[in-house]
Design a protein around this ligand. Structure first.
Ligand SMILES: O=C(O)c1cccc(C(=O)CC[C@H]2O[C@@H](n3cnc4c(=O)[nH]cnc43)[C@H](O)[C@@H]2O)c1
Length: 225
């Protein structure tokens, strides 16, 4: 996996940052300004490829002390507006489960898995405080992992009701977190909101602004993580 890592390895275990696509990785690397304590690798889009690539990076690369799932995300109305940074205090596989006549049931309710992936809660809170102290808009809250980007108000409302307090949705966090947990490495998820969760409206996306927010976030976080 050496070609995925763009910062040289040091003697100390590094922080590995997994982004779905290269535009996100480049934003993170700009923020990190060449700091050799960090590496950034591509996870691909979606939880399955994110889990597989995180596992490969952890197995084949130098030792890591922390894995961060990072990138852009959709923000839930009233919780995280566009350009807000969201630090996950929980990572939830929001569409992993079953439809039943009584509605959606999470995989843990069904008794054959875990919907919730643990994050390093103390470090997440510290990261959110540091971003806030730097004057950046930040929210500490649950980040949902979905395999399908929400595209209607009805689905957005259903998810918000199913997971009260959800701040954002993205597509990789749960996969990254499962792989990190299997290797015994703590995990964080940090997102910059590029769009609202809800009706599909590509003209409303603020990709450039979200990537700039991601860069600013990692310029702060390199002193914290
Ligand atoms: O075509 C669409 O309507 C559409 C709407 C929002 C995002 C996409 C993407 O293909 C981006 C997926 C990519 O970015 C993360 N992301 C960003 N916004 C969201 C979102 O609202 N819901 C889920 N994921 C989002 C995600 O982690 C992927 O890496 C297309």
């Amino acid at each position: 996996m050496g070609d995925l890592h763009t910062t040289p390895s040091g003697a100390e275990p590094r922080v590995l940052i997994m982004t779905a696509v290269d535009a996100e990785r480049q934003a993170v690397l700009r923020g990190l300004a060449g700091d050799p304590r960090f590496a950034a690798a591509l996870a691909g889009v979606g939880p399955a490829t994110a889990a597989a690539r995180t596992m490969a990076a952890l197995a084949d690369g130098p030792p890591c002390r922390l894995v961060v799932s990072a990138g852009i995300a959709g923000g839930f109305a009233g919780a995280a507006a566009v350009e807000t940074l969201v630090v996950a205090d929980a990572v939830i596989a929001a569409d992993l489960g079953a439809e039943t006549p009584d509605g959606f049931r999470r995989v843990d309710e069904l008794g054959f898995g875990e919907s919730l992936a643990a994050v390093d809660a103390a470090l997440a809170a510290r990261a959110a405080r540091a971003l806030q102290a730097a004057g950046l808009p930040v929210r500490l809250g649950p980040v949902l992992t979905v395999s399908t980007v929400t595209g209607t108000a009805a689905t957005a409302m259903e998810l918000a009701a199913r997971f009260p307090g959800a701040a954002a949705e993205a597509m990789e966090g749960y996969g990254v977190a499962v792989a990190a947990a299997l290797r015994g490495v703590p995990v964080l998820e940090i997102r910059a909101v590029s769009n609202a969760v809800g009706p599909r409206d590509r003209s409303a996306w603020r990709m450039k602004e979200a990537l700039a927010a991601l860069e600013q976030a990692f310029a702060v976080l390199r002193e914290v993580l």
